[in-house]
Design a protein. Structure first.
Lengths: 125, 878
């Protein structure tokens, strides 16, 4: 089984976005788990904490901020870093995300270069 | 195609489908925050994902639409029909671009500047002063938390967790077996499921083969594992079937948007109500039913529902409803498409049928309203006076019906004027494996889908020994074989003859044959077969192209013993035999309860007249004593009766139209008289009519089908549909006790009388008047039924029999009676339209006691009395 620190949980309601992220991350040696909303992501974390989380903001059932709050309040000090995704329309959420414990934000649409550089900044690559 | 693009197309199409539904819902409930969030998120996702693939044109449109929705979400803009229409226009444009993308792999050329301008105008046009606009985006807490998932429709895209790599673009989400985490789903290509289904089908066949082998060889060692194999195969079959199941809501997804657009287009108020959207059926069936359903909803909106003004005038709520209802029933799914509109206009349809030459007026006469309504399923039928853009799209209900029948389904309709119409579609849950009855004809075996099998009967001709009364009987009417089943006549098809297989003479000579009664449209068809085997689950394989033009077959299959047999299509058989009419409910069996079709080839003199309307009416001339013209001054209007002096006594006058028009100088009167002088009772009544037209001699083809008092039924007279009046009704209008025998109530004295008469019409004419004369009457429709009564030892005092009857005529019947048996000595009176001396002689030679012309009630009563007296004297002397 993959070492837990190399597992990235990709949380996004779009299969396409998850697929793009999976492709890039797998090529960089990550194992990828997917979740289509915050609730599913939280359940996954309860089963097994991933090494890091790539988190979308606007999702059904439980959005990114709600997930982030829950993650930070429910789990102990050993928390995975969270990279928060957003678009130019939701710039106001970046501040909020950082406030709630996101390590970095990534503008959508991202490509391999952007993703790799952000992961490197956080120290995951 | 790039698999990212494929994924994008699948996902975007799912989102678009959800968007249509959600936008329509938002328009109806502008304050529904949840729906608004959903819409925003869906557009947002489309826009967001465009960027990943570099689709600038799509992204611009989505972006502009997202802006508008963002303003709505932020409370800056209100939800108006205009706003929704503009957003829907953007959605349509996105659909168009996505469709092109799917076809060519690239965005189409062109730009959407106008649309984007419009979206921007909506976005800004209603916005309050600029200060409140973009910069003042409220804190996120204002946005209602997107809490619940789609509440109404089981939209296909509940974005499943992709645990495995997704493959082709048209993959559908299918729930895997109930794993501990119920949210774990995988996406599979449809072709994978199809392949699985094919393999399972083959496995089922192999299993059946093995079971058949095991049956012939009593080997205990194999029986246990074989049974297990059998169970596992069944479970596997069910499991694989389940993966193909989809909620019917998937086929309904487009309808709310459709109805919404129709609402604007037609300027009507329509609400679409959907029940049972979660009802599941095979995706193959689902695909095939999609278009027919859409067409029917379109029809309901266009033709079925009235405009708000019309609805107000009719005292209904302005908003009309179209209701979709789906539920399981047996191995089938029933889908109802109903509206609470004006109902189908029978009169318009009738005139349309005639003008289109689909049937003649005469043919329509005998039909119920429902039978007439079913003409809308005929090719080339469209009732809209002007073909509207909505309904007139080249497909009609005939296409709907054909499509439904192609998948082994049926379609029924019920319509009530002013209250609405309901179409009921019944289709099998799956087409892959069906239950079928295996039969044999001409040495070959065939499968008949169980869905169309109504019952199995064994029947012989009347001549064949042992036919019991009330049992199904094979008869010939006009050289056409029919099955008399209870009170219905069903057209018969001999399968071996139809398929031109050599008939096994031993089989054909069998007195009693096996008949599969099959449902064809709304009516029944009897299929004569040689043997009937078991029912079996068969795997339907398509008919080979070389045989596809033979519409009698719907497929083929492999039986347990390995033999390949054809699957029969009863609809195709009906068409092939030219009983196509019965597919529209015009067959003899088409009228289950309302009335019995009585045919008679008797020629009879009928008096044609007019009364209370322009339509001609007739009465058998034999019932009319005289025709009189009575001057107005001869008529006396009493307190409760209008009478005239007639041949020395008072004769009551009854106007057929209900009200006697006393302003006329002369009244035309049909005199009905009871002139049985020997009994000293002699009275008469006059039926006042408007005009005598003619006396015609006609072969009567009578349909006894009316609830109108005073009318017995309809017949085609001189090429026109004509009401036959019920003389008995009018007689009792004059004298309530007319049939009580005028104080001499019991001429018959409870004497038991048997009437043998194949025509229901004449039975109906005869029985009441004989009962009224005091006889205890039993009526049967054939000589065979009468002989069955004889065999059963039922005692009668006399028999009245028709001469012309199918299978066994009156002469043969009486000859049979005279040959011996309990009824050897009974008086038998022949009833006939023709009484030439030669015929009377032939009749007497065969054994008839007396001859009476049809309709001559008095003569019959006189003859009966005479015969009974003689017969009583015989007994005294004996």
């Amino acid at each position: 089984m993959t070492e837990q620190s190399r597992v990235c949980l990709v949380v996004d309601d779009s299969r396409l976005v998850r697929k793009v992220a999976r492709r890039i991350l797998e090529s960089r040696g990550f194992a990828v788990e997917e979740a289509e909303d915050g609730k599913v992501a939280l359940d996954a974390c309860q089963r097994r904490l991933p090494g890091c989380v790539l988190l979308d903001w606007n999702m059904p059932v439980m959005n990114g901020i709600e997930f982030l709050k829950a993650l930070r309040s429910q789990f102990g000090p050993e928390q995975p870093p969270v990279l928060f995704c957003t678009t130019e329309n939701d710039i106001s959420f970046i501040e909020q995300a950082i406030e709630h414990g996101a390590q970095e934000f990534i503008m959508k649409p991202f490509d391999e270069e952007i993703l790799v550089s952000k992961f490197t900044q956080v120290g995951l690559l | 195609m790039d698999d990212l693009l494929a994924e994008f197309l699948t996902e975007t199409n799912e989102n678009l489908a959800d968007l249509d539904v959600a936008l329509v819902r938002l328009e109806r409930n502008p304050d529904d925050g949840e729906t608004l969030s959903l819409i925003f998120r869906l557009v947002h996702t489309i826009k967001g994902t465009c960027g990943f693939l570099g689709l600038p044109r799509l992204e611009k449109v989505a972006h502009a639409a997202e802006n508008v929705l963002g303003r709505v979400r932020d409370g800056v803009l209100g939800v108006t029909p205009d706003l929704i229409s503009t957003v829907l226009a953007a959605i349509d444009q996105i659909k168009f671009i996505v469709a092109e993308l799917g076809k060519t792999g690239a965005e189409p050329g062109g730009d959407d500047a106008a649309l984007i301008l419009r979206l921007d105008a909506v976005s800004n046009g209603h916005a309050p002063p600029p200060a409140a606009a973009p910069a003042a985006a409220p804190p996120p807490a204002v946005a209602p938390p997107p809490a619940a998932v789609l509440p109404v429709l089981p939209a296909a895209a509940a974005a499943p967790v992709a645990a495995a790599a997704a493959e082709p673009p048209r993959a559908t989400p299918e729930a895997a077996a109930e794993a501990p985490q119920s949210n774990q789903t995988i996406r599979l290509g449809v072709d994978v499921l199809e392949d699985l289904m094919t393999l399972v089908s083959e496995l089922v066949l192999t299993r059946n083969q093995l079971l058949q082998l095991a049956r012939s060889r009593e080997s205990a060692a194999f029986s246990v594992p074989l049974q297990r194999l059998s169970h596992i195969t069944t479970d596997l079959q069910e499991g694989v079937m389940k993966t193909r199941m989809q909620p019917i809501g998937n086929a309904w997804g487009k309808l709310p948007r459709l109805v919404r657009d129709l609402t604007l287009e037609l300027d009507k108020r329509i609400e679409l109500v959907m029940h049972g959207a979660e009802t599941e059926l095979d995706r193959q069936v689902l695909e095939l039913i999609k278009d027919p359903l859409t067409h029917m909803v379109r029809n309901s909106a266009d033709h079925g529902l009235e405009t708000p003004a019309e609805r107000r005038a009719a005292g209904k709520a302005e908003t009309g409803h179209i209701t979709l209802n789906a539920f399981h029933e047996g191995g089938h799914i029933v889908i109802e498409v109903g509206d609470d509109g004006r109902g189908l206009p029978v009169d318009k349809i009738r005139s349309k049928i005639i003008s289109k030459g689909l049937a003649t007026e005469a043919e329509l006469v005998g039909m119920t309203d429902n039978q007439i309504l079913r003409f809308i399923f005929r090719p080339g039928f469209s009732t809209a006076a002007t073909i509207t853009a909505v309904s007139g799209r080249g497909v009609g209900m005939d296409v709907v019906k054909t499509n439904v029948e192609r998948i082994g389904g049926t379609i029924e309709l019920a319509s009530t004027a002013g209250q609405g119409t309901i179409f009921t579609i019944k289709i099998p849950l799956t087409l892959a494996i069906v239950s079928a009855l295996i039969v044999e004809a001409g040495g070959e075996r065939f499968a008949i889908p169980q869905l169309s099998v109504v019952e199995l009967v064994r029947a012989g001709t009347e001549a064949s020994a042992g036919a019991q009364a009330g049992e199904p009987v094979l008869q010939m009417i006009n050289d056409t074989p029919v099955l008399r089943l209870r009170d219905r006549l069903l057209p018969l098809v001999n399968l071996a003859d139809l398929l031109r297989l050599g008939t096994d003479p031993a089989r054909a000579a069998e007195p009693r044959r096996h008949i599969v009664v099959a449902q064809v449209g709304a009516s029944l068809l009897g299929i004569v077969v040689d043997r009937v085997f078991d029912t079996e689950e068969i795997v339907v394989k398509p008919v080979a192209p070389i045989m596809r033009h033979v519409t009698m077959f719907s497929g083929n299959t492999i039986l347990g013993d390995g033999s390949v047999i054809m699957i029969l299509d009863p609809n195709g058989i009906a068409r092939a035999t030219g009983i196509a009419g019965s597919a529209d409910g015009r067959g003899a069996g088409g009228r289950p309860a309302a009335g019995k079709a009585g045919r008679s080839d008797e020629r009879a003199a009928m008096l044609l007249f007019r009364a209370g309307g322009t339509e001609p009416k007739v009465v058998p001339l034999g019932l009319v004593a005289r025709l009189e013209e009575i001057a107005a001054d001869q008529i006396e209007v009493g307190a409760d009766q209008v009478v005239t002096q007639y041949r020395g006594r008072l004769m009551p006058l009854i106007a057929m139209s209900g009200e006697l028009d006393l302003t006329r100088p002369r009244q035309i009167v049909l005199v009905f008289a009871d002139t049985e002088r020997r009994l000293g009772h002699d009275r008469c009544m006059g039926l006042v009519v408007d005009e005598i037209i003619d006396v015609v001699e006609e072969t009567l083809a009578i349909q006894l089908a009316t609830n109108r008092p005073g009318i017995l039924g309809k017949a085609v007279i001189a090429g026109k549909a004509t009401d036959i009046i019920d003389a008995g009704y009018w007689l009792t209008r004059a004298f309530a006790d007319w049939f009580d025998g005028g104080g001499d109530a019991s001429q018959g004295n409870g004497t038991r009388l048997l009437i043998v008469e194949d025509s229901a019409f004449f039975r109906q004419m005869l029985v009441p008047s004989l009962v009224a004369a005091g006889f205890d009457v039993t009526a049967v429709g054939s000589a065979a039924e009468a002989l069955a009564l004889a065999d059963a030892g039922v005692p009668f005092s006399a028999i009245v029999s028709d001469i012309e009857m199918p299978d066994m005529d009156g002469l043969a019947f009486v000859a049979r009676l005279r040959a011996g048996g309990p009824w050897q000595e009974l008086p038998v009176i022949a009833l006939t339209g023709m009484t030439s001396p030669a015929q009377i002689e032939a009749g007497r030679a065969a054994g008839f006691t007396d001859y009476v012309r049809k309709f001559e009630r008095e003569a019959l009563l006189a003859s009966l009395r005479q015969c009974l007296t003689i017969s009583a004297e015989h007994r005294l002397h004996a």
